[in-house]
Ligand binder design. Structure first.
Ligand code: UDH
Ligand code: MN
Length: 348
């Protein structure tokens, strides 16, 4: 009798145990099944198309290659090394008048719609290169020719954006760069922005196009100025700021029409935020400026000193938050995203 009741108890417990196992299996099955449906939705072509715009090349490739029946998460790439093994150091630059856009496209097959990322490691930063532009096609070609391989040797994930000012009103470099920042962020959540003159070509790939914890000025020297800083506090030509640093200073002022002042204005904004401009060593931060004369439509801005005097009072309301423009087209060309924009004209 004692033995019987003992057996009965074990059987009853066993029943609950079997029930529990069954319940757990059903839950596990549901979890797996819902995961599968989510993946299946991701690879449906229509959804992929809308997602692709927002994502990086890496995400695009992952999404497109995700097999519907795959259970595991995609394999993670290892981080690219702290220092790229592909760097070459100082280079002698040449600007061949026979160079064609097609040549540059053929040399950069890994670039798709201006975007590139290393195939074998995860880039340390995602960087948007913004180039203000009007009527400097030859300079743009030379820059693309040198900059694409340069950035690839640095193992970066990047896209080059060219912001074209439409019409023939006075040029406004700073406003174009604000537009570039706002438009690039519609594509991807870039963590770093490089504001880049079209005619400055970096000579040394140890000059890293990544952002620091302080705003970075990349042009210490250029051929035309004997490779010396133009003046103390100069913050023009090529600069690197994180998304957050640029937002914190409310971007560039929109009010500098014509040549000069807008880069000093940005320096004042940075200083008002108690940020400190950093620069790479002088032997690395060297550029060749493709020779040019002053452009018509970009005459010296005689009002720039007055504008600089009021920056501390107006920076909060003149900048990214007041940048009004009309995007006329966004063309995704093989080597860059071409944003053509109507930024208006100077008031009065
Ligand atoms: N830019 C254009 N188109 C223009 C004007 C300016 O694309 O019509 C852009 C371009 O990216 C350029 C940048 O704005 O690199 C800065 O303009 P800039 O190159 O004219 O400025 P920089 O300080 O030259 O280099 C000043 C005039 C040079 C006079 C030369 C006489 N020695
Ligand atoms: Mn120039």
């Amino acid at each position: 009798m004692g033995l019987c009741s003992h057996m009965f108890k074990i059987l009853r417990r066993g029943k609950y145990f079997v029930l529990l196992v069954l319940l757990l299996s059903v839950l596990a099955w549901i979890a797996t099944f819902s995961g599968e449906t989510e993946k299946a939705v991701l690879v449906s072509p229509a959804t992929t198309l809308t997602l692709v715009k927002e994502d990086s090349l890496r995400d695009k490739v992952n999404t497109l290659t995700t097999a519907p029946d795959r259970l595991n998460t995609p394999p993670q790439k290892v981080d690219c090394p702290q220092e790229s093994p592909l760097l070459q150091g100082a280079m002698k630059l040449s600007f061949e008048s026979s160079l064609k856009l097609k040549d540059v496209e053929n040399d950069n097959k890994g670039v798709i719609e201006g975007e590139y990322e290393p195939s074998d490691c995860a880039a340390r930063q995602s960087v948007a290169i913004l180039i203000p532009h009007r009527n400097r096609e030859r300079h743009l070609l030379y820059l693309l020719h040198h900059l694409h391989p340069f950035l690839q040797r640095q193992q970066l994930h990047y896209t080059i954006y060219v912001i074209q000012q439409a019409g023939d009103a006075t040029f406004n470099r700073a406003k174009l760069l604000n537009v570039g920042y706002l438009e690039a962020l519609k594509d991807y959540s870039w963590e770093c922005f490089i504001f880049h003159d079209v005619d400055l070509v970096p000579e040394n790939d140890h000059n890293l196009y990544i952002c620091d914890n302080q705003p970075k000025h990349l042009v210490v020297g250029r051929n035309a100025t004997g490779y010396k800083l133009r003046y103390k506090g100069y913050f023009g030509g090529v600069t690197a700021m994180t998304r957050d640093q640029f937002l914190q200073v409310n971007g560039f002022s929109n009010t500098y029409w014509g040549w000069g002042g807008e880069d000093d204005d940005l320096r004042i904004r940075v200083e008002l935020q108690k940020m400190k401009i950093v620069r790479p060593p002088a032997d690395v931060a060297r550029y060749t400026m493709v020779f040019h004369k002053r452009d018509s439509g970009n005459e010296i801005n005689k009002d720039r000193m007055r504008l600089l005097g009021r920056t501390p009072q107006v920076w909060r309301k003149d900048g990214l938050n007041s940048c009004s423009y009309k995007t006329l087209s966004v063309e995704r060309l093989p080597l860059y995203v071409n944003v053509t924009v109507d930024i208006g004209k100077p008031q009065s």
